[in-house]
Every structure is written in C-alpha cells, then in structure tokens.
Design a protein around this ligand. Structure first.
Ligand code: MF3
Ligand code: CO
Ligand code: CO
Length: 261
C-alpha cells in the first residue's frame, strides 16, 4: 500500500484537528502539578475535548485503550494509562499524549512536563528529546527521505549519551489514526526508500531513554516501560510536507523550534 497524498481539503481538516490537539496540551499545562492524579488530568482533558471542542478523543477505546489520553511518568516510555490512584510528585517527568478526531481527521501531539524542580539529568533528557524532535522536523522537505529524519534524531540522542526506542514509531495520519508509513526514529536502511512528497502527513515522536533502548510491556498490555527502569522522554508533532519544507499542525501558542546550541 502506498502512502496517501492528502488533498487541499484534507490538509485543511488536518490543520484544524492539529490545532485542537495542541490546544488540549495548552489547556492542561496549569493542571500538571504535584498531587494531581493522572486520572484527574485525563478527566479534565476528556471533558474539554467532548464539551468545549466537540472533538472525539481518538485513544478512547482504540484497540481497547481505556482513556482519552496517554500519561507516561518517568520510566514509562509510552501508553501510560491514566489512573485516579497515580499522583504526580515533585521531580517527576511526565509525557501527556493526546489525539483528537475533528470532522473525521486526526491530530496527534505530545509533550513533556517537569513537575516542580527535577534533577538536572532528567531536565536534560527532556530537552534532548525535544531537540531530537526538532532536528527530525527540520529534515522534512520534498525529496528528502525518512532516513534523513531518523539519522538526525539518532545521531543527536546518541551523541548526548542517550538511546532511541526501536519498538515504537511515528506514523502517517489522516482519516485513520495510524497510516503508512512507519516513521522510525533510528537509521534503518529501508527508510532510504521512503521519499517525502508534498501532501504527505505524518507524526514524528521520538522516545529517548536515559539508559538502554530496551523496553518491556507490562501485564496490562498497554504500559511500556524501560527495561532498566531508567527515565524516558518523548515529544510529538503532526506535520505535512509542503512544496518547500514542512508545516506543523500541532504547534502550541508561542512555540518555537528547540535546537541544540
Ligand atoms: N497517541 C499515540 C501515538 O502517538 C497512540 C496512542 S494509542 C493508544 O501514536 F491506544 F495507546 F491510546
Ligand atoms: Co502518534
Ligand atoms: Co500521540
């Protein structure tokens, strides 16, 4: 199956879905404090999406996922399940990942939050993961390949002494949540065959580990953790390839590229 090229009408819908997903992360930011439970954060986002935005939370019941967001703390890599009994505490790093469906089209984005003051190495991991996202994004233009994107991400992560998760990746996105291609974040040779064209829409969402790259799936069949129980960080945007580069659909208010100095 080929990678779909979106029409101008589809791009317009994806632009709106992306903006709405970004607004969920903007809205939740002041609520991400020590003492709040991830179940409560999920409830606030669910209510905002369904009552204020009139969007569908795409993760809810997706292959059986039980919540309207994924909330992944510290050594949880991705797909953390919100839980009323799981409270944030000072020093935690936490990823919140939301996907909305508006008028049949998806917008998918995530970011890290630092709860109070976090250890310098935890802050550094969050920063490098964000730099990895932006280094990948900056590779996006017609005739570049997904190999260029992945190589930029892997090089930066590993130069900083961190590792890139192999088992989970970014993805094409549109009327379906997860479409072709698979956007790997490490330099797999087969990515050289995936040449970017205007109208392609996909996510970039590197998961960067403080220690080793290996992950394991918990018994709930959703929560992914690092095998060595060290920290993991992830940032995600949805973007399209334009005639001369890229357009990010999930940019937050005032957000600027974060690149290594
Ligand atoms: N939002 C995640 C992604 O970036 C997918 C979550 S699927 C779920 O692709 F089922 F875990 F919610
Ligand atoms: Co995604
Ligand atoms: Co996501």
């Amino acid at each position: 199956m080929a990678i779909k090229i979106k029409t101008a009408q589809e791009i317009q819908k994806l632009r709106l879905a992306g903006r709405l997903a970004a607004e969920v992360l903007e809205m939740i930011e002041p609520h991400v404090v020590a003492g709040v439970s991830t179940g409560e954060l999920n409830r606030i986002m669910h209510d905002y999406m369904t009552n204020q935005q009139n969007v569908i939370p795409a993760t809810l019941n997706y292959h059986g996922f039980p919540a309207s967001s994924c909330i992944s703390i510290n050594h949880v890599v991705c797909h953390g399940i919100p839980d009323d009994n799981k409270k944030l505490k000072k020093g935690d790093i936490v990823n919140i990942d939301v996907t909305v469906i508006k008028d049949g089209y998806h917008g998918d984005t995530s970011r890290m939050f630092e709860v109070g003051d976090v250890k310098p190495f935890a802050h550094r991991l969050c920063q490098v993961a964000q730099e990895c996202l932006w280094l990948g994004i900056e590779q996006v233009k017609p005739e570049a390949t997904l190999y260029d994107v992945a190589l930029a991400i892997q090089n930066h992560a590993e130069q900083q002494g961190f590792s890139v998760v192999r088992e989970y990746c970014g993805h094409g996105i549109g009327a379906d949540f997860h479409e072709e291609p698979q956007v790997l974040h490490y330099a797999a040779p087969e990515l050289k065959e995936i040449v970017l064209k205007p109208g392609m829409v996909f996510t970039i969402e590197p998961m960067i580990n403080l220690g080793k790259a290996a992950v394991k799936l918990l018994g709930d069949n959703w929560t992914v953790i690092t095998k060595d129980r060290k920290l993991s960080a992830q940032w995600e945007h949805t973007l399209t390839v334009t005639e001369d580069g890229y357009e990010i659909f999930t940019l937050r208010e005032g957000e600027k590229p974060v690149l290594p100095v």
